[in-house]
Every structure is written in structure tokens, then in C-alpha cells.
Design a binder for this molecule. Structure first.
Ligand SMILES: [Ca+2]
Ligand SMILES: [Ca+2]
Length: 317
């Protein structure tokens, strides 16, 4: 079971993923203009065919006026160079998206890893392809993407070039639709029955309640004016009211807990499940807020801290 604990914080839990999500915009960098969709570390340079490193033509234009990335590593052994998507990619379920890039690589020993980083700390890493082939000309790699939320990383730790990249993209493509996600539990607080399995725990100063965004705004001017699901004032979220149960304002060290009264069994070896939620803190100038997530083992005797990571504390102020 999961417990969530918070002070002066509100959130919606396990947000629905696909149906209400805005469609993912395509990401593209052809290096003819500033590349804003990918973050490129300082192991890479940009050049054109007039200043070859070593090719005298790029892939976009196939002539000397076009630009491409070249790998000029400053790495020490054991260090990795990474090119990542600037934002998270959220591939839909009803269309296929692909990562595509063009590369030129002459060293057989140089391995380039294409990786999906999941989790808000990018702490779940999945390698989806290794580029090992050498080439005599620009060569394309295309990787179909699952319907999930992740960042994409191009990673390598080779300490010498040359490796060239051009026309990076994350875009819609042809192919079989991605496998739908399995959802074990979801709640967007739009239906009063959504909170059937959620219990705000007694014996603590603050209580969690489901509230319409417009009503919350009447009570607290800094409350989020819209929810995340619908993005409207008519949408609902779960919040921790600043007023305690006796109508008193702010109790130092006061807390409110809620728990999901449902047991989750994780048994499949090859499946990974993520807990997703959206949160929003307000009155940042006045209060510190701490949000923690715990899991309680089924026998009720062991409480595990799930989030945020211990060594990377989120300072919710
Ligand atoms: Ca180009
Ligand atoms: Ca909602």
C-alpha cells in the first residue's frame, strides 16, 4: 500500500496518461539553426562542409553549406558524453513515435548507446539500441518508442572521434502501434467516487480533501486556479487545506497524511511500474512544504520511503 504524507501541499495522484494529454510535439535538430530541442554537452562541436571534421557535406543538404555535429571528446576514461532531449517525451498510445538520427562513424570499437531515462530523477535507465556498425556515408538509425514518459539520451564514453551526427528527431512514424501501458490504479479526482480508495488519515492536524479548483481559489488566493487533468477551474484536485480541522491557521510541524487502501502486488520479473503524480506548492514565500511518499508492506509492519530520493532531496519551498 502507498501512504502519502505532506504538509501544506496538494497534488493529484496517478494522473491519467494518454487520453487527456496534449499531443507530443515533434523534436528536431538539423543544426542549420540553433538546436533547442536537445541538450548537447561540450564534447561536441558544430561545423559545415567548408570546415570538414572530416566530411565535406552534411546530411540535411548533402552539400558543403550544411552543418552537422562532430564528436571532439574532452572525456576522461570512464566518463560519458550525453546528448539528451531537453524536455520529457510523452509518446501517445494511438500513434507511433520514433527517434531518428543520421550518423557517420569509422571506428569499429566505438559504441553509441541510445537510452530511455524514466523517472523525474532519470533514475530508471533502459538501453534501446547500441550503434556499433561503421559507415562510409551518412547512415540512419530509427528506434520506435514506447508509449510512456521519458527523456532520450545518446550516450558514449569513447575518448576519440570521429563520430558525426545530423538530423536528430523524435517524430511520428509508420509502424505497429506501441503496446498500451498497464495501469494498476488511477485517480484524477474528477469523480467523487475516485476517492473511494483514498483515506485521509485521522489524528493529524490537517486533512486532505477533494476540491474543485474554483472553490479552492475562493479559500486560498494562491491555490492553483485550474487542475491538471482538465486544465480548467471546473477540474478537481486533492489538496491539503491550510486550515486545520479546528479552523486554526498553520501549525508548526503540522502534517496531513492520506493513504490508498489498495494492495499492489508486483511479481512479473520483466515489468516495471511507475508511480506518477502531479503536485503544486503554493504560498512559497511563507511556508516550507515537504512531500514524501511511502509504501507499507502488506503485513503492515514495514514502511518504506519511496520518494523523493534520500540523497537528492527536493526542497519544496
Ligand atoms: Ca544539417
Ligand atoms: Ca483532476
Amino acid at each position: 500500500m502507498f501512504f502519502l504524507y505532506s504538509a501544506l501541499t496538494l497534488l493529484s495522484l496517478l494522473q491519467r496518461h494518454s487520453a487527456l494529454r496534449q499531443s507530443q510535439l515533434a523534436l528536431k535538430c538539423d543544426f542549420e539553426t540553433a538546436c533547442t530541442d536537445f541538450v548537447i554537452d561540450n564534447n561536441w562541436g558544430s561545423t559545415d562542409g567548408f570546415h570538414p571534421h572530416p566530411l565535406a557535406y552534411d546530411h540535411t543538404y548533402l552539400n558543403a553549406t550544411g552543418h552537422y555535429l562532430f564528436y571532439e571528446p574532452t572525456l576522461q576514461p570512464g566518463e560519458f558524453s550525453r546528448i539528451t532531449t531537453k524536455s520529457y517525451v510523452e509518446s501517445p498510445t494511438d500513434k507511433l513515435m520514433c527517434l531518428s538520427l543520421w550518423y557517420y562513424k569509422v571506428r569499429i570499437a566505438m559504441s553509441v548507446y541510445l537510452v530511455l531515462d524514466r523517472g523525474d530523477q532519470n533514475d530508471i535507465e533502459q538501453q534501446v539500441m547500441v550503434i556499433q556498425n561503421t559507415t562510409r556515408n551518412w547512415t540512419q538509425v530509427t528506434v520506435p518508442l514506447p508509449s510512456e514518459r521519458f527523456r532520450i539520451a545518446i550516450s558514449l564514453n569513447y575518448t576519440a572521434g570521429p563520430l558525426l551526427l545530423d538530423d536528430l528527431s523524435v517524430d511520428y512514424c509508420l509502424g505497429p502501434l506501441p503496446q498500451p501501458q498497464k495501469t494498476l490504479y488511477q485517480c484524477d479526482f474528477e469523480d467523487a467516487n475516485d476517492t473511494y480508495n483514498i483515506q485521509s488519515l485521522p489524528y493529524y492536524p490537517y486533512a486532505w480533501t477533494r476540491i474543485k479548483a474554483s472553490d479552492a481559489l475562493q479559500k486560498e488566493a494562491d491555490a492553483p486556479p485550474v487542475d491538471y487533468t482538465l486544465g480548467t477551474a471546473e477540474g478537481h484536485y486533492y489538496w491539503l487545506d491550510f486550515n486545520d480541522k479546528d479552523g486554526q491557521k498553520q501549525i508548526e510541524g503540522g502534517a496531513g497524511y492520506f493513504r490508498i487502501n489498495k494492495t499492489f502486488h508486483f511479481t512479473a520479473e520483466n515489468e516495471t511500474y511507475c508511480l506518477n503524480f502531479q503536485y503544486f506548492t503554493f504560498r512559497r514565500n511563507t511556508y516550507y512544504s515537504y512531500l514524501n511518499v511511502f509504501a507499507l508492506l502488506e503485513d503492515g509492519n514495514e514502511l518504506h520511503h519511496l520518494w523523493p530520493p534520500r540523497n537528492n532531496e527536493h526542497g519544496y519551498q
